[in-house]
Design a protein around this ligand. Structure first.
Ligand code: NAD
Length: 465
């Protein structure tokens, strides 16, 4: 795999200040496929300076021109989609068709949506004797995870650029090659030097230096709740804006009137896709007690069919973590129906698709985010019980409701403490706001709500005539 030895700062690839490196490993065969520099505070400082220097001109660039750069960026992503998909597969391990369709397909849609929003958004409005302007927040420090490597980057950088902000990105250490390809795409799209900058490196070193840097006006972070809490505290102490997209433990509630086979089938597919490494995955399936046994049978059959079709998890540590949760499920008394801790082969960080039945809402596997291909099936007595169980975690990122008709499912969905709910299998919408209630985060990404995160308002009052 192609890898740059430097950092993309001020419109060029520059040597890193230190000599440490990060080895990139293919999780499917455990082979090293490349290496990138591990940035330190000095690299971050250079990148923030470049972003600050570029800010006044980019903020003053007419929105139509910013839109044109984003359209060009979208077009480069389209032109280089095969190369990007192969890179995501090599460093994340997801099967190539999934990389093509989702890992590259979704960011192309998101980049396109922000090209359109930049061109059409009303950055100024009249309110009585005032003109209210929406201005860019400033320099954005973006810190992203590995689970959807390109999407997480585009969901921050595209709205930031549309708003007129400049950006320093610190991507996840497991997937830096996709981030380097993105930097190449930004360059090819003709985005002015310094508007976008990339520093690869470790979270507690480069990530922390970026979150703490006084030249950063907004920290936009996606990742674990544990790190998010730390970043929120740092930003709070500095009175700095912060956006946090964190973990989830979402519920898939199947009401008695639903098409059970369909709801279970889609539910299992949702958890197994990307090897369970999706923050919004519906990892708790809630089924009425009278349909419970049938649902467990259906889920077991559906999960068993995934067998060798899912990719590995991202690294050895993640596999250990997932296996630890599977052991915990067994030791706390849940019934293992399919899967388990044994990996299917000698090489690669694979975990079998796993389904637990007889899971109580208090069990660890029903409360904590596992981030692997593990589904827990819970039993409820009536609708109030289902609401109580669905809302009974610290998280509130996503969810699903299935019923005989959309109105019944939507009425139930209104009772859920969560940022988004799919009604009877409604599709992911890249223009609808995405983000969490409770400890799943602060702020929203995607669409107009995502753009608003990167804007601040200024009111000009005029004398009334
Ligand atoms: P993580 O929190 O360990 O890392 C995320 C990013 O933060 C990485 O770039 C990492 O290098 C950086 N980081 C780590 N420590 C840091 C520190 N002290 N200061 C600054 N930056 C630091 O998470 P992960 O393991 O990469 O990703 C998995 C987690 O992300 C899961 O909990 C998942 O739910 C969550 N996630 C949430 C969303 C969402 O939109 N809500 C999306 C994807 C992933």
């Amino acid at each position: 795999m192609k890898a740059h030895e430097g950092m993309y700062i001020g419109g060029a690839w520059r040597p890193a200040v230190g000599s440490d490196i990060i080895e990139v490993v293919n999780p499917a065969d455990e082979q090293v496929i490349g290496q990138v520099p591990a940035g330190i505070a000095d690299d971050v400082d250079a990148a923030v300076r470049a972003a600050r220097a570029a800010l006044p001109a980019w903020a003053a660039t007419p929105p139509a021109e910013r839109a044109a750069r984003l359209t060009a960026l979208r077009d480069v992503l389209v032109a280089r989609k095969d190369e990007i998909a192969e890179t995501v597969t090599a460093e994340l391990g997801s099967p190539l068709p999934f990389s093509q369709g989702v890992h590259v397909g979704v960011p192309i849609l998101v980049a396109g949506s922000y090209a359109e929003l930049a061109a059409t958004h009303a950055f100024e409005e009249k309110v009585g004797n005032s003109v209210v302007r929406q201005e860019p927040v400033g320099v954005v420090g973006a810190i992203t995870p590995w689970n959807y490597p390109l999407h997480q980057i585009v969901a921050k950088v595209a709205p930031a650029l549309a708003a007129g902000c400049t950006v320093v990105l610190k991507p996840a250490e497991d997937t830096p090659l996709t981030a380097q390809l993105f930097a190449e795409a930004v360059h090819e799209a003709g985005v002015p030097a310094g508007v976008f900058n990339l520093v690869t490196g470790l979270g507690p070193v480069a990530g922390q230096a970026l979150a703490e840097h006084e030249g950063v006006d907004l920290v936009s972070f996606t990742g674990s709740t544990a790190v998010g809490r730390k970043i929120g505290a740092t930003a709070g102490a500095a009175i700095k804006k912060v956006a946090l997209e964190l973990g989830g433990k979402s519920a898939n509630v199947i009401l008695p009137s639903a098409d059970l086979a369909k709801a279970v089938g889609v539910g299992v597919a949702n958890v197994m896709s990307n090897s369970g490494q999706t923050c919004s995955a519906w990892t708790r399936m809630l089924v009425h007690r009278e349909q419970y046994d049938e649902a467990v049978e259906l889920a077991a059959a559906a999960a068993a069919k995934y067998g060798d079709r899912i990719g590995p998890v991202v690294n050895a540590k993640q596999r250990e973590r997932v296996q630890g949760y599977i052991d915990k499920g067994v030791s706390e008394g849940a019934r293992l129906v399919v899967g388990g801790t044994e990996g299917p082969g000698e090489r690669g960080y694979f975990v079998q698709p796993t389904v637990f039945a007889d899971v109580n809402p208090e069990m660890t596997i029903a409360q904590e985010e596992i981030f692997g291909p593990v589904l827990s099936i819970l039993r409820y007595e009536d609708e109030d019980d289902a609401v109580r169980i669905a809302n009974g975690t610290v998280y509130g990122l996503a969810g699903a409701v299935w019923a005989g008709d959309d109105a019944e499912a939507a009425a139930f969905a209104l009772r859920l403490e969560t940022g988004q709910v799919d009604i009877n299998g409604g599709r992911f919408n890249p223009r609808a706001p995405f983000g969490g209630y409770k400890q799943s985060g602060v702020g929203r990404e995607l669409g107009a709500h995502g753009l608003a995160e990167y804007l601040q308002t200024k009111s000009l009052q005029f004398q009334e005539r």
